[in-house]
Design a protein around this ligand. Structure first.
Ligand SMILES: C[S@@+](CC[C@H](N)C(=O)[O-])C[C@H]1O[C@@H](n2cnc3c(N)ncnc32)[C@H](O)[C@@H]1O
Length: 217
């Protein structure tokens, strides 16, 4: 048995995915597709967008969660950084891998205060809060100070600043580190950067929207 497939985490994830599926956002109904798209691609107004839709969970899929767990386990990750906590679903998968790897540290960043509180509660309910530091605020600020030798990164915050956030993390990556970018198809600037350096990064896409990259030696 693993932490992921045993209680309390297994039942907790079932409940959280169900809650995420039924969450609605009144503000989203008043937002045109064009305006949503404009805000999503803005480097200055992303905070406004996520404030409007703060009731939405926007979690990784269960398949992506399982992939995160497997990549963190197989790479024996001990130090993980996550951009975009939301209510903590992806954080739970990653922290479960840390627990099964024998311990470690997961630093995650979220700027919506209500989400920080609920993510902390979910991690406590899953028995994993001792492995996680939730940094409240914009990752562009909260990631100014990161540990050395990061083993694995999940990029899942504002799409317009994946590259800016990644550049804060990049100097701290250990050779062989993995970077998983969710919704990477919406982040051409990040993908161009990674793919323009074939001696430094090996990168491949799955299921249209997930990019997995390895930092080469
Ligand atoms: C797609 S959701 C993350 C989902 C989460 N990874 C999961 O699987 O449950 C993106 C989250 O990132 C947060 N976010 C976006 N840009 C951010 C930033 N610059 N700094 C901190 N949090 C950010 C949003 O508030 C939102 O909750």
């Amino acid at each position: 048995m693993t932490t992921l497939t045993s209680q309390p985490l297994s039942g907790l994830l079932d409940r959280l995915f169900e809650e995420a599926n039924t969450a609605t956002s009144p503000a989203m109904g008043n937002l045109s597709l064009e305006e949503c798209d404009r805000l999503m691609h803005s480097k200055t107004e992303y905070r406004h967008l996520y404030g409007l839709i703060r009731d939405l969970w926007l979690p990784v899929s269960r398949e992506t969660g399982n992939l995160l767990y497997m990549l963190a386990r197989s790479s024996r990750a001990r130090t993980i950084v996550e951009f975009g906590t939301s209510f903590g679903i992806s954080t739970l998968f990653l922290a479960a891998a840390l627990r099964d790897n024998g311990g470690g540290q997961l630093i995650t960043s979220e700027f919506e205060p209500s989400k920080v509180v609920r993510a902390g509660q979910n991690l406590a309910d899953g028995g994993l809060i001792d492995l996680v530091e939730i940094r409240e605020g914009d990752a562009l600020t909260t990631f100014a100070d990161l540990p050395d030798a990061i083993d694995l990164v999940l990029l899942d915050g504002a799409k317009s600043i994946y590259l800016d956030v990644f550049k804060l993390i990049e100097p701290r990556l250990r050779p062989g580190a993995l970077i998983i970018a969710d919704d990477a198809d919406n982040c051409p600037e990040y993908l161009d950067y990674i793919r323009s350096a074939p001696r430094t990064f090996l990168s491949t896409s799955f299921a249209d929207d997930i990019d997995v990259t390895m930092r080469l030696a």
